[in-house]
Ligand binder design. Structure first.
Ligand code: ATP
Ligand code: ZN
Length: 291
C-alpha cells in the first residue's frame, strides 16, 4: 500500500478487545481485507486495502469518529445512542445483538411500568434510560455508574438497574428479574459526517463488500436430484435468484437442479421439495453474493 497517499487511507476504529472485536475482525477478513490484529499494537495498516485500523475502547469510538481522528468505526448501537455524538450510521451489521433492560429485585412484585414511579436506578446508560423514563412519564433518580451495575440494589445504592442483558443469567445470579426492555441493539458501522471524496470512495468499496458478505450469510446454495416428470413441481417450489439451473444426470430420466434459497424459508421449502420427489438434497453455504 506504499503507493497510496495517507489522505486516501480510511481510518477504521474497532474495539481492541471485547464483545465486538471478534465479529468485527471476522467481517473484515470475510471482506478480503488483511491486517494484523492481536499484536498489542494500537494501529495497523492493511496490507491489501487502503485502510488503517485503530484499536480502541468501544466507548471512545463515537467521539473519535465525530472528531475525525477515525473516519469510521464499529460500535454497539447502544454506545452510539448513549454517546449522542454527531456521526452517521452507514450500515447495520447484525452481530452483537443485545437489549438494554430495567431489572428489579426478584422478590419485589411488578405489575407494570407505574411500579417504577419515584424509584432510583443505577446504570451506565443515563441518556437512554432518561429518555425512556421521560417518554413513559416516570419520575426517577438516575445514578450513573460505570461497571458492576447489577450489584447496586443489593448494596442499597438503587432500587433498580438498567443494563445490557443477553441471556439473563447475570441478573439471575444477582437476585434480579428483568421487567422492561427499553432498547434493542446490534453492532453498527458509524462514519464521520464529512468524509473527503477519496475516503468516501473507499467506504463505498467497503460497504459493497460488506453487503455481499451479509447477503451470502442469509442464503444457501441448494443442489438436488429430481425425476424429470416431477421437475416442474419441484422447480415451482424453489424461489431462486432467477430461474434454477437444470442439468441432465447421467442416469436417464433424472436431472440435477441448482439454486439459491433464503435462509428464512429454508426448512419449510426443503420439506416441500422433498415431498415433491427430490432426492440427494445438498445445502451448502455461500461465501459472497453479488447481484
Ligand atoms: P471496552 O473495554 O472496549 O470498553 P466494554 O466492556 O465496555 O468494552 P463489551 O462488554 O465488550 O464492552 O461490549 C461491547 C458491546 O457489545 C456492547 O456495547 C453491546 O453493544 C454489545 N454487547 C454487550 N454484551 C453483549 C452480549 N452479552 N451479547 C452480545 N452483545 C453484547
Ligand atoms: Zn466500553
Amino acid at each position: 500500500m506504499s503507493d497510496i497517499k495517507e489522505s486516501q487511507v480510511l481510518r477504521i476504529a474497532v474495539q481492541k478487545s471485547g464483545r465486538l472485536s471478534e465479529d468485527s475482525f471476522r467481517l473484515f477478513k470475510e471482506c478480503g481485507i488483511k491486517f494484523e490484529s492481536g499484536t498489542g499494537k494500537l494501529k495497523t495498516l492493511s496490507s491489501n486495502f487502503p485502510a488503517e485500523f485503530l484499536f480502541l475502547r468501544d466507548d471512545d469510538i463515537p467521539g473519535y469518529v465525530e472528531d475525525g481522528v477515525a473516519d469510521i468505526g464499529i460500535v454497539g448501537e447502544n454506545v452510539y445512542t448513549e454517546s449522542n455524538r454527531k456521526v452517521e450510521i452507514s450500515h447495520r451489521l447484525g452481530f452483537s445483538k443485545c437489549r438494554l433492560s430495567i431489572a428489579i429485585p426478584r422478590n419485589i412484585e411488578y405489575k407494570g411500568i407505574q411500579d417504577l414511579q419515584g424509584k432510583s436506578f443505577a446504570t451506565s446508560y443515563p441518556r437512554i434510560l432518561g429518555n425512556f423514563l421521560k417518554e413513559m412519564g416516570i419520575k426517577g433518580e438516575i445514578h450513573e455508574i460505570s461497571g458492576s451495575v447489577e450489584i447496586a440494589p443489593s448494596i442499597g445504592l438503587a432500587d433498580a438497574v438498567c443494563d445490557i442483558v443477553s441471556s439473563g443469567s447475570t441478573l439471575l445470579s444477582n437476585g434480579l428479574k428483568e421487567v422492561e426492555v427499553i432498547y434493542r441493539s446490534e453492532a453498527v458501522l458509524i462514519s464521520h459526517k464529512k468524509l473527503s471524496k477519496a475516503k468516501n470512495k473507499v467506504l463505498e468499496k467497503l460497504l459493497f463488500r460488506i453487503e455481499a458478505v451479509q447477503k451470502a450469510q442469509n442464503h444457501k446454495y441448494i443442489l438436488l436430484n429430481a425425476p424429470n416428470e416431477k421437475l416442474n413441481d419441484i422447480i415451482s417450489l424453489i424461489p431462486g435468484m432467477k430461474s434454477p439451473t437444470v442439468v441432465p444426470l447421467a442416469q436417464e430420466g433424472w436431472s440435477s437442479v441448482h439454486s439459491v434459497l433464503e435462509e428464512n424459508d429454508f426448512w419449510e421449502n426443503i420439506e416441500a421439495i422433498r415431498a415433491a420427489g427430490a432426492q440427494g438434497i445438498l445445502v451448502v453455504p455461500i461465501e459472497k453474493m453479488i447481484y
